[in-house]
Design a protein around this ligand. Structure first.
Ligand SMILES: Cc1ncc(C[n+]2csc(CCOP(=O)(O)OP(=O)(O)O)c2C)c(N)n1
Ligand SMILES: [Mg+2]
Length: 341
């Protein structure tokens, strides 16, 4: 299967393409850079004991930015824990993301007008939710599409196959986006599947598919625009081949299961560096542009972190809120034991 790839690692094009506008190219760069800066700040904060646990996404910005940029406000995202670049672009406030990774349950409260589901930790469960939204929009004859993100490991779950099968039987407008970042924690892709690609699994469900260099934002944008159109007819599976540059989470040490040489090889394919080289050649990138982004994003981060850290942490008992609508005695007793709500 041929990988869709527009940008070489040195920033030159692999062929002749109809490029997005200069403004769009700069937006793609700025949003990827913003994602990288936020990710790196949250990682450091976790190390300083200011966050509970973080699942870094550095390296995976291109497919997330490209996907979010093709969506309309009325479309939905069903995300996993490593998709904040996409969800923020679709309207989830940075403050909410920070609260989530601090371990505050209200970090799961998505504003009413933002069509993003709460972060899903159960591997592949969000695919079923996406199919549910897709089926509902189809029944209601709404012009709405749903995208859902998941990892390579998620394709070994029953939920993945159930979701694709159901989506295909009912021809729902859902785009399944697999970020193949090469590992499910410490398990490399080749140890958990016997197919060469994930994209080809679409054949089993008679679904459309795309196979793309997930570190090439131009190719990802092209593929996502096509997938978005195809979703008018039925579901689409997109495999974006990428790499998680950091650990699985802040509780993981990737040195135990992958070689430094491999990390260095993938660093050469970094999506931000690649687009920066391309923009430089086109005269669209300079130091000023870079420092403007850095300044704006630093201020945004500073403000969000301050806002979160200046609000009191939730009480212990609050973790028992929302377990049931009507609180049963057994939960009330625990709430009381934790000092009351
Ligand atoms: C149903 C289920 N089983 C196991 C886990 C533990 N777990 C958390 S992340 C993860 C690996 C997922 O890998 P992948 O789907 O490739 O996503 P990535 O973390 O690489 O983005 C596992 C097994 C879980 N959260 N849910
Ligand atoms: Mg993975």
């Amino acid at each position: 299967m041929e990988l869709v790839k527009w940008l070489n690692e040195d920033g030159t094009l692999t062929g002749q393409y109809e490029l997005p506008s200069d403004e769009m190219l700069k937006t793609m760069y700025a949003e990827m850079k913003r994602g990288r800066m936020i990710d790196s700040k949250m990682y450091k904060m976790q190390r300083q004991g200011r966050m509970a646990l973080v699942a870094p996404l550095s390296g995976q910005e291109a497919i997330q930015v490209a996907s979010a940029l093709v969506l309309k406000e009325t479309d939905w995202i069903a995300p996993s824990y490593r998709d904040s670049v996409a969800t923020m672009l679709h309207g989830v406030p940075l403050e909410t993301i920070i609260r989530y990774f601090k371990g505050y349950s209200d970090g799961n409260e998505i504003p009413e007008n933002v069509n993003v589901l709460p972060i899903q930790i159960i591997i592949a469960a969000q695919l079923l939710h996406a199919v549910g939204i897709g089926l509902a929009s189809k029944i209601k004859k709404e012009d709405v599409k749903t995208i859902t993100f998941f990892g390579d490991g998620a394709t070994s779950q029953g939920d993945f196959h159930e979701a694709l099968n159901f989506a295909s039987v009912y021809q729902v407008p859902v785009i399944f986006i697999c970020q193949n970042n090469q590992y499910a924690i410490s398990t490399p892709v080749h140890k958990q599947m016997n197919t060469e690609t994930i994209a080809e699994k679409a054949n089993a469900y008679n679904m459309a598919y795309e196979y793309v260099d997930g570190n090439d934002v131009l190719a990802c944008y092209d593929v996502m625009k096509r997938a978005y159109e195809k979703a008018n007819e039925g579901p689409v599976l997109v495999e974006a081949v990428t790499y998680r540059q950091g650990p699985h989470t802040t509780s993981d040490d990737p040195k135990k299961y992958r070689q430094q040489q491999e990390e260095m090889n993938w660093a050469e394919k970094d999506p931000i560096v690649r687009l920066q080289r391309f923009l430089l050649q086109k005269g669209l990138w300079d130091e000023q542009f870079e420092s403007r982004i850095e300044k704006t994003v630093s201020e945004e981060i500073e403000e969000a972190v301050l806002a979160v850290e200046n609000t009191p942490a939730p009480t212990l008992a609050e973790m028992l809120h929302h377990v049931y609508e009507d609180v049963p005695l057994v939960i009330q007793e625990q709430i009381d034991a934790l000092g009351g709500a």
